[in-house]
Design a protein around this ligand. Structure first.
Ligand code: B1H
Length: 841
């Protein structure tokens, strides 16, 4: 439908649309077979399951593209205010099952594919797991896209199309090996390459000043040019025809080239230079919550920002309008500070290219931007040295100075002579060399700043951003994270989803999770409890099989499945977990053989997660876990009372198997350090109980499900400072509980081997002030673990607690989170496109 025709009025187009959207079995089969023949160029009489996956994906892609195009047209037609979600990571996980479920086509495809000789579930397994993210931050962005599509918001995600996602983790002899993840090896049917959407990106160069009509103008020129090309990834909503876009940028050499260098006679050298351009978006930095300060990373950030701002402005300018409308038409959300240079970039374009006065341009910018903070860990805060930044982006450094000058002028009027305050608010850290604090830039350049859970948002205003809060208290908000019930219930726990749908008489709970609260009256129902237990058991069977396949370990299906899966980090305290496991093991060994089964409940303790390649202590923790696992799993005295498993290569698709099978999950960070956590929400939704500290979203989970349905332990955030002070004045072995000293001594003796590196590890808590307070929390952790055992003995009690956890977790749907962002930060409304196939009926 051309631009002069409205969507519904053009009848011819409307009829055409109705004729090409058919989803009966035969049409689906025809489309799959056609793709085998014409897209894959394989004979349709003989194709492997991998080719089946490819053809099926292309057939689903066709359907996605229809909805995708219609949605884009619809948004343009209605000239909606748009949200742009900028993130350096999107941890999407597999597409096929999610797309089929959101399009409500899974049953049709199942049947169609079965007749072609394949089981759809096995076809799902053919897909690589796109892992363009590290952990929680990247996965949050993915959940948000699903919710934005489902809530019919005119939103787009913008990110980077890395050629290598997060590395694949191998565990050999207890050590982590990192294998490159070249995920595009077999092509990617889910993306649309936009050969015609390329933007130039400049690096380095210099700023030339000219004078025009008595005004100074800045021209950034010279340096190097590369291109950013768009790759579009359709994101279908659930129970809606709306399909939004995740636009990812890939770097390419610029088309125009420097004739001089090709003239020097060194043809190959000149080509090599061009090859370097592709390297920029080649690999995702594998650090979670850790800032690395590499120039290449800054190039990635700027490429994302520069291409996105050009795209956003091009779209804004398509209609003739005044610049003052900009904040009424766009809302740009910064997922942490990684894309914060967008603030400076938009300002630069407005003043240098569009000739707008700086004061007015600034108003447009900060009204358009908002910023989410995800951590208060000092090692994660981005601070770029001014040499590095000024060399790569000389004009941006100038503009940062201007912003800072104007800002500090205003501050000093409000707080005269308060130098301490000025230096803490300044974008520039007066260190040697000076640094640009990206968090300060993000706050100053945004009209709203939010944390990701109540406790975290509170800490932002009382500690890290206290001075900013005193300046502009209304700027600061909380938006507690959430996860999408489509992937984290409907896709990963099909049986639970069925149970909900049966009990509630329909599946509208998938878009309104509050409905499952109505099942409160089923908690005491024996049939319901039986169903609940049956589902958990089947999910456990599936995980047992996965562990057998991937770890060659047989686990006891009747044991308590106890899981801690997340990135390895000292603040997450996997170390404390394994120290407890050693204590448990030693206690079993001390008990006479004939009493062991009466005294101890069988447990399977599973760990999983990647360590950043350069994070030595995290790698030592993996080694310790694996060494203990070796010892315990081969100890004939222990048998199936206890097994320890390191689940290799934890990622989104494994999580979809692990989480529904878990009975107890561990979220045990030192209070104040885990901003939110999001897997805690997924586990609760799938009927796992939590053992955890009062940290991040655990606090709000306790509010929702009731503390009595969780195993909460450990120091509270207000007690942390006092404990650290106390500890500094005390000999560690004196304030550590005896159980912990015993465990540490065993490791020190070499009981688990690898004595040198494991000694280094235990010394980090024995000699270096135990920053994460394992010693302080160990005792209460033991007590919480004891309660777990007591509770698990009472099967019906455990089941009731599990049910209560799940049905009271509706707050943690990302639909709730996104609705709050839309209402309280972005100011955007839903625009739902009419479904053409429903119209046809
Ligand atoms: C979170 C990060 C993060 N917080 C820097 N910060 C990164 C910082 O590559 N980097 O440089 C990557 C990631 N990630 C996590 O965000 C928090 O630790 C979680 O508690 C939170 O749930 C999640 C989503 O808000």
């Amino acid at each position: 439908f051309g631009s002069q025709n409205s969507l519904i009025q053009n009848e011819k187009m409307w009829k055409l649309m109705q004729s090409y959207i058919k989803n009966d079995k035969e049409t689906i089969q025809q489309s799959i077979v056609n793709h085998v023949e014409y897209t894959l160029a394989k004979t349709r009489f003989d194709f492997s399951i991998f080719h089946a996956y490819q053809a099926i994906s292309h057939s689903v892609r066709d359907r996605l593209i229809e909805a995708f195009n219609d949605t884009a047209q619809y948004f343009t037609h209605h000239d909606c205010k748009r949200v742009y979600y900028l993130s350096i990571e999107f941890l999407m996980g597999r597409y096929l099952q999610n797309a089929l479920i959101n399009l409500e086509l899974e049953d049709n495809y199942k049947e169609a594919v079965l007749e072609l000789g394949y089981n759809l579930e096995s076809v799902y397994e053919q897909e690589v797991d796109p892992a363009l993210g590290n952990g929680g931050l990247g996965r949050l962005a993915a959940c948000f896209l699903d919710s934005m599509a489902t809530l019919n918001l005119p939103a787009w995600g913008y990110g980077i199309r890395y050629s290598y996602g997060i590395f694949r983790q191998l565990i050999k002899d207890g050590y982590q090996y990192e294998v490159p993840d070249y995920w595009l090896d077999n092509g990617n049917p889910w993306e649309i390459e936009r050969l015609d959407v390329n933007y130039p990106i400049r690096f380095y160069g210099y700023v030339r000043k000219i004078h025009e009509n008595g005004k100074e103008k800045s021209i950034w020129e010279g340096g190097e040019l590369v291109l950013a090309r768009a790759y579009d990834n359709p994101i279908p909503g659930y129970d809606t025809y709306n399909t939004i876009n995740l636009r990812l940028w890939r770097s390419l050499p610029a088309r125009e080239f420097d004739f001089n260098s090709f003239n020097q006679g060194d043809y190959f050298k000149a080509l090599e230079e061009r090859e370097k351009a592709e390297y920029i978006t080649s690999v995702l930095y594998p650090n979670d919550s850790n800032y690395s300060g590499k120039e290449l990373r800054l190039k990635q950030q700027y490429l994302l920002v520069c291409a996105t701002i050009q795209d956003v402005i091009r779209r804004f300018k398509k209609k003739k309008r005044d610049w003052k409308e900009l904040p009424e038409k766009i809302a740009v959300q910064l997922n942490d500070t990684h894309p914060a240079m967008a603030i400076v970039e938009l300002l630069r374009v407005l003043i240098d290219h569009e000739g707008i006065e700086i004061e007015f341009a600034w108003e447009l910018v900060y009204k358009s931007f908002s910023y989410t903070n995800h951590t208060i860990l000092p090692e994660a805060l981005e601070k770029w040295g001014i040499d590095l930044l000024g060399n790569l982006l000389p004009r941006h450094l100038e503009i940062v100075y201007i912003i800072n000058f104007i800002f500090l002028e205003k501050v000093s009027k409000k707080f005269p002579n308060d130098h301490h305050r000025l230096s803490s608010l300044s974008i520039i850290e007066e260190s040697n060399p000076k640094k640009i604090r990206m968090a300060n830039l993000s706050i100053i350049g945004s009209h709203a700043v939010n944390g990701v859970a109540e406790i975290h948002s509170k800490l932002l205003t009382t500690t890290l951003f206290k001075d900013f809060y005193e300046l502009r208290p209304k700027k600061f908000q909380n938006k507690t994270n959430g996860v999408t019930p489509r992937r984290w219930i409907r896709c990963c726990n099909v049986q639970l989803a069925q149970l909900y749908t049966e009990q509630l008489g329909g599946d509208t709970w998938v878009t309104d999770l509050t409905q499952v609260r109505c099942l409160e009256n089923m908690v005491e129902d024996p049939d319901f409890q039986n169903n609940w237990q049956r589902i958990k058991r089947q999910n456990k069977e599936q995980l047992k099989w996965w562990v057998k396949e991937n770890c060659q370990i047989d686990i006891n299906i009747d044991s308590l499945f106890d899981v801690q899966v997340k990135r390895l980090h000292e603040y997450k305290r996997q170390f404390m977990n394994i120290l407890y496991v050693i204590h448990r093991y030693l206690s079993i060994k001390k008990t006479p053989a004939d009493q062991r089964h009466a005294k101890f409940l069988p447990r399977t303790i599973m760990f999983g997660g990647k360590a950043a390649p350069g994070y030595i202590n995290a790698k030592r923790i993996i080694k310790l876990i694996c060494s203990v696992a070796d010892k315990v799993n081969t100890d004939s005295e222990i048998g199936d009372l206890m097994k320890i498993v390191y689940l290799p290569n934890y990622n989104v698709s494994n999580a979809q198997i692990i989480i529904p099978a878990t009975e107890l999950s561990q979220h045990i960070s030192t209070a104040g350090l885990e901003a939110s956590g999001t897997s805690n929400m997924k586990f609760v939704m799938n009927g796992s109980l939590i053992i955890g500290t009062m940290d991040g979203a655990n606090v709000e989970i306790a509010e929702e499900v009731g503390k009595e349905n969780m195993f909460i332990f450990g120091a509270l955030v207000d007690e942390i400072e006092g404990l650290r002070n106390h500890m500094r004045n005390t000999e560690p072995s004196q304030y550590f509980p005896p159980e912990l000293n015993e465990v540490l001594q065993k490791i020190d003796e070499g009981f688990f081997g690898a004595v040198d590196e494991l000694r280094e590890l235990i010394n980090t808590i024995r000699n270096r002030n135990d920053y994460y307070l394992l010693g302080a929390d160990f005792k209460s952790y033991l007590e919480a673990q004891k309660k777990v055992d007591e509770c698990y003995k009472n099967k019906s009690l455990w089941t009731k607690m599990s049910i209560r956890n799940a049905i009271r977790s509706s707050k943690f749907s990302s639909d709730r989170t996104i609705q709050q962002y839309a209402d309280e930060i972005w100011g955007v409304k839903a625009f739902q496109i009419p479904n053409p196939s429903q119209n046809a009926r």
